[in-house]
Write a protein that binds this ligand. Structure first.
Ligand code: NAP
Length: 290
């Protein structure tokens, strides 16, 4: 399929590479053009603008935040300025109001929005092992299914209303960080009582807590592998703010969210921007005098 890919950061470059490997004709665009070089060397075509990347049947975006998706979609030379009616597959973790606005704008343009946020870190993206939560018009979803199959191990259809998929992603990221928080608290307690983190994790994941989220993040916490950031703390903070916005709009109190957000803020303030979001474990340990 002739497709475009916009946003070649930690996640986007790995996803685009798998689409090339699957035999799709991929045209790439990134704000900092140098990040496209490696993929161009592997067979991708370079676009001069987001609109040019949107000249095929489908255009994927994997961008940092709402602001980036807005710029690339609505800006001059943006996706919606293209005369082609490419299906826009939006993988970024964005807020529900923007997803709503994108869906409406695409319908008016005669194209379609598929919200397809993903679960999985850059290593999972490289291994084509992402989980995809997709929502949008049924015919567009079926056009995109081979693309999801090329980048993930499983895709879920949430329905025909794109923001619902973004809501699933926000709920999931809230739970991931809540898991990291509680695991880091338990490991800190264990360590102060003389139980090494690795031993505690071995028992937890070998008994009742064998889920991938405990395995992946447990390993990161044991190794304190917070650099380089696979998922940077400022992006995690962006997500917790999006959860907060959705919870406020829906009138859902989420007291745990406040703790997670504060720990991310402390982590960024004390350790800098370039730390993985699981680095909240450092703050939790420091608060316990470790
Ligand atoms: P990243 O490495 O920081 O890449 C961000 C991308 O967005 C880069 O291509 C960057 O371009 C582009 N960008 C930022 N601001 C822009 C703007 N104003 N206009 C145009 N392009 C802009 O981030 P990532 O880790 O790949 O994450 C991308 C998205 O996936 C985020 O929404 C994140 O929440 C979500 N996500 C991440 C993970 C993970 O584990 N990393 C997992 C699931 C979902 P430049 O190269 O020019 O800076």
């Amino acid at each position: 399929m002739k497709i475009g890919f916009i946003g070649l950061g930690n996640m986007g470059s790995a996803i685009a590479r798998n689409l090339i490997k699957a035999g799709h004709e991929v045209t790439v665009w990134n704000r900092s053009p140098g990040k496209a070089d490696a993929l161009v060397g592997e067979g991708a075509k370079r676009a001069a603008t987001p609109a040019e990347a949107a000249s095929g049947a489908v255009v994927h975006t994997m961008l940092a935040d709402d602001k980036a998706v807005e710029a690339v979609t609505f800006g001059p030379d943006g996706i919606l300025s293209a005369s082609a009616k490419a299906i826009h597959v939006s993988h970024s973790t964005i807020g529900l109001p923007l997803a709503e606005r994108l869906a409406k704008a695409h319908a008016e343009h005669g194209s379609a929005l598929i919200a397809a946020p993903v679960f999985g870190r850059p290593a999972a993206a490289e291994a084509a092992k992402l989980f995809i939560a997709a929502a949008g018009p049924a015919d567009a979803l079926s056009t995109c299914q081979p693309l999801f199959d090329a980048i993930g191990q499983k895709s879920f259809t949430i329905g025909d209303h794109p923001p619902a998929a973004n809501l699933v992603k926000l709920c999931g990221n809230f739970l991931i960080l809540a898991t990291i928080e509680s695991l880091a608290e338990a490991m800190t307690l264990g360590e102060k009582g003389g139980v090494p983190k690795a031993k505690l994790l071995e028992v937890l994941t070998g008994s009742l807590f064998g889920a991938p989220v405990y395995q992946t993040y447990g390993d990161i916490l044991v190794k304190e592998a917070f650099h380089p950031a696979g998922f940077a703390a400022p992006l995690g903070l962006k997500d917790m703010n999006l959860v907060s916005q959705a919870a406020t709009d829906a009138r859902v109190p989420m007291p745990v969210l406040a703790v997670l957000r504060d720990h991310l803020l402390s982590t960024i303030a004390r350790e800098g921007e370039d730390i993985d979001w699981s680095g909240i474990a450092r703050i939790i340990a420091a608060d316990a005098g470790l």
